[in-house]
Design a protein around this ligand. Structure first.
Ligand code: MN
Ligand code: MN
Length: 466
């Protein structure tokens, strides 16, 4: 059973639409290098399409109707967009959900120190990374410093052409005999990922003059004291912009495709809907997926359920616990997360006929997990059959895949968490090469097909016929 390469199906109009979406995605990705930046960008895009803050609707006590659009901003780190449909929420809604956190290197709370005329920031990495990939490359700093008086200072250093960048040094090859003999997992230790910030002593300072230079710059440029780092969230991420990849410009190389490519495709799909849908549609962008969907902004928190309860309170029939349970149970969801693209250089890690091929369209993973599907959501064939029809009706190029060979490894997504409500869920995403590396690769055709797939799903998904 073979699936076609999506590029072979495009006419001139499709190629133009594909390029337009790639360009919009490129700027979303270049701006959104942290979950907070993705939320603020998504909210700005939603507002420009007429979405209003659900908090404002609640305060106004204004009933909501089909065609109304609301967003929920969850602590600035997760966000949901709802486009209200003609059917009651009780009949379930159509959800596309992705995550907007990506692997990175976080600055510690007490980070700064000086050693041998260099000032450093101590770090703790976030998510699954090959640590050796993050040294000897340009890094940018993104985040917020919240001062004791509550003011939040946004930080973005290393993205503008004229900005300085920072980074982590590696041992020169000439002296690396012992290092090169180590296992890849031990070449760079977690505590060795410290970032060089300054290399010039402040004049007339005797004790730690380079650290004094760093603190002077933070004070002068950002009004930040060293103590303010106690209430900061600064993420070191690869500096620079997303690039066309390949001589034919068919791919994109950039930081954070996992999972901002699916996040963007979900946002694009819901914002491109021009008339009130039959069933309410939701685009849900979660935080903390890379570390287990934990915390108040991770998918295990109850913000989605709470938002549904609030929506029920503003629509008919009015809120009741029972109606809420039915609304959740009757919903349908695409858990939109990237999949491992088949890599011919590492073919032995994959079982090719069940691998996601680059350029072969949006990918559906019936299950994820590892070692006998452990930790996986395993989508129902009844649901997959309905999806096959939706994809074919809407001329989407799609494929099915699993993450690598049996027993080679595995991974998880937010799918199993939403499935706890009893709704139908399946993983669906874009194949990625070099996943979790500082720069990952996607194929533009797969992004384009994901946008088509998510739009088709929100338009056409419906409850299982009785
Ligand atoms: Mn992911
Ligand atoms: Mn990931």
């Amino acid at each position: 059973m073979e699936r076609p390469n999506a590029w072979t199906t495009y006419d001139a109009g499709a190629l133009e639409a594909l390029e337009a979406i790639s360009e919009k995605y490129r700027s979303y990705l270049d701006y959104g290098k942290t979950e907070r930046e993705c939320v603020s960008e998504t909210v700005a895009m939603a507002k420009s399409k007429g979405y209003v803050d659900l908090e404002d609707a609640i305060l106004a006590g204004k009933p909501l109707h089909a065609g109304d659009k609301v967003f929920v901003n969850c602590m600035g780190k997760a966000v949901m967009l709802f486009y209200l449909g003609k059917q009651s929420l009780e009949n379930g809604i159509n959800i596309v959900g992705a995550h907007i956190d990506s692997p990175r290197i976080d600055i510690k709370q007490n980070p700064f120190y000086e050693k041998t005329d260099l000032a450093y920031a101590d770090t703790h990495y976030y998510g699954g990374i090959k640590k050796y990939q993050w040294v000897a490359r340009a890094l940018a700093l993104h985040g917020v410093v919240v001062k004791k008086n509550g003011t939040s200072v946004p930080i973005v250093i290393g993205e503008d052409e004229g900005d300085p960048v920072v980074g982590i040094s590696d041992l020169l090859i000439h002296l690396a005999h012992d290092q090169m003999g180590k296992k890849a997992s031990e070449v760079i230790g977690g505590e060795d990922l410290d970032i060089i910030l300054c290399g010039q002593p402040l004049k007339d300072v005797e004790k730690e003059p380079v650290l004094a230079m760093l603190l002077k710059i933070l004070k002068e440029k950002y009004g930040i004291e060293e103590e303010d780092m106690l209430s900061a969230e600064i993420e070191a991420v690869p500096a620079g912009k997303t690039r066309d990849f390949g001589l034919d410009r068919s791919m994109l190389l950039g930081y954070g495709h996992d999972d901002r490519v699916c996040a963007y495709a979900s946002v694009e799909a819901i914002l491109s809907m021009t008339e009130a849908p039959e069933y309410t549609c939701c685009c849900l962008l979660a935080d903390k997926e890379e570390i287990g969907s934990v915390g108040a902004t991770g998918m295990q928190a109850h913000y989605f359920e709470n938002a549904m309860a609030e929506l029920l309170a503003l629509t008919a029939p009015a809120y009741s616990e029972l109606i809420l349970r039915r609304a959740l149970k009757n919903s349908r969801m695409l858990s939109c997360d990237v999949s491992a693209g088949f890599d011919p250089l590492y073919a032995s890690a994959f079982e090719k006929k069940n691998a996601a091929l680059m350029g072969h369209g949006v990918c559906y993973n019936k299950f994820t997990g590892s070692r006998g599907k452990s930790g996986s959501n395993d989508a129902n064939p009844e649901f997959i059959a309905r999806l096959r029809k939706i994809m074919e009706d809407n001329k989407v190029t799609w494929q099915t895949a699993e993450l690598g060979k049996v027993d080679v490894g595995g991974g998880g997504t937010i799918a199993y968490i939403c499935a706890l409500y009893g709704m139908e869920v399946i993983d669906s995403g874009v194949p990625v090469l070099s996943m979790h590396a500082p720069e990952e690769i996607i194929n533009k055709a797969d992004l384009y097909e994901a946008v088509k797939a998510y739009a088709a799903f929100m338009k056409d998904a419906a409850p299982q016929a009785k």
